[in-house]
Design a protein around this ligand. Sequence first.
Ligand SMILES: C[S@@+](CC[C@H](N)C(=O)[O-])C[C@H]1O[C@@H](n2cnc3c(N)ncnc32)[C@H](O)[C@@H]1O
Length: 403
Amino acid sequence: MQILSKNIFLLDEPTEIPHKNFVFPIPETISFEQLSTCPKLPPNHWQQSCVHSECTLHQLSPYIGKLKSSISHDLIQTYSKRGDLVVDPFSGSGTVPLEAALLGRRVFAADISPYARILNRAKLSAPQSLEEALNSAEIILSKAENQPDPDLNKVPGWVQKFFHPLTLKEAIKFALEARKKGNEFLMACFLGILHHERPGFLSFPASHLVPYLRDRKYPPQEYPELYVYRELRPRLIAKIKRAYKRKIDAHSNMEWTFRQSKIEKLSFPVTFDCLITSPPYMNTLDYGRDNRLRLWFIDPNSNREIDNPVTKEKEAFQRAIACMAQKINFRLKKGGYCILVVGERLSGSRLSSLSENICQIMEKKAPRLLLYSIIKDYIPDIRRSRRNCKATKAEHILVFQRH
Ligand SMILES: C[S@@+](CC[C@H](N)C(=O)[O-])C[C@H]1O[C@@H](n2cnc3c(N)ncnc32)[C@H](O)[C@@H]1O
C-alpha cells in the first residue's frame, strides 16, 4: 500500500497494515469536495473477475447489489487486523462477513431480509466437509421424498408459472424439510438452483439473478426440452459439490453473529473495531421484488412486506443512514475505520452524489468520524445487475476514521 498523502491511500497488492506501529494521521477535516476531486483510484484487479479464485461459498446463490469478494477482501485487510470485530449492518448475501471470517476477523452482521439471513448463516456455518454436507442433504432429501405431495392449487399462479408441476412438488417438499431442520446451508444451495435457464437449475428458462421467465426468447413450442420435469436431487447434489470446489476452512472456528433486523431496531455491539458495509442502493434496486421467488420458498405464508421505503424514498434512506451513524459514533473504537461502499447512479449526464449526501449526514450524526479518504470505482456494464439501464454506474468508497 502506497500512502500518497495523509488521506489518500493507493491500494495495490493487499497488504496488512502493521497496526501496532501504524501512526494514524493527525485528525484534519477535509471536505467532501476536496477529497472527491482527488479520489483514490481502485487497484486494477478490482475490474477483473474473481469467480475463479474466490472461495466458492461466495457463489451459493446470487444477490442483487452484491459486493465483489476481491473488493471486500482488500478493504478488510487494509482497514482491520486479525482478531478484530468487523461489523456489516447491511450484509446482504454475506460477502463482507464471509471474507472477514476467512481473514481471521470476528464478525457481526445484520440485514432486514430473510434471504440475507439464510445466505449469511449458510456461509458462516457451512458444514466442515463436502461429505458432511452431502450426508445432511441425503437426510433431508429422503424425508422430503416421503412427504405427501402438496396441493398445487394452493400455490400462487405466479410461482406455478416457473416450474413443471412435478419439479414444483419436489421443491416445495424439500424447502419445507430444510426449514423444519433449520438447515440454512442446504436452503441456500436450493435457492441457488431455483431459477435459471441452464440444465442444472429447477425452473423453466428464466434469469438467474431476478426471477423473469424467458418464454419469449424460448417459446415452449420451439424449445419443448426446456419445459420438462427437472429432478431436484441430482441438481442439488451437483450444486453442493460446486460450493465445496474451493471451500477454505480457515473461517470454521471464527466467532460470528447474524441478526435479522432493520437498521432502525438493530443493537450494535457495545464496541467494535471496523465497519464495512454497502448500504441499500437507493432508487435502483428493490430487494423484495427482485428476490420474490426465493422469498416465497423461504416463507410461503409470509404476507409481510419485506421491502421497506429505504430503497424508494430519499427521506427513509437518509433516516436509515442517520440511524446507523448515530449508533456507531461512540461504539466504533478510536482509530477504527468505517467504510461505506455507496452505489451512485447516473442522473442525466452526471453522477448524482448520494455519497455527498451521506457525508453530510455522517458529519451531523457521527461527528467523531472524520472523512479520511474516497475511492472511486467505476462499474463496467458487465458487473451490473441490469445492463444498459439507468442503474448504478459507480461506487464511491467512503472511508471514515473515528477520532
Ligand atoms: C447493497 S445491499 C448489500 C449487499 C452486500 N454487501 C452483499 O455483498 O451482498 C443492501 C442491503 O441492505 C438491506 N436493507 C435494506 N433496507 C434495510 C434496513 N432498513 N435495515 C437493514 N437492512 C436493510 C437489503 O436487504 C440489502 O441486503
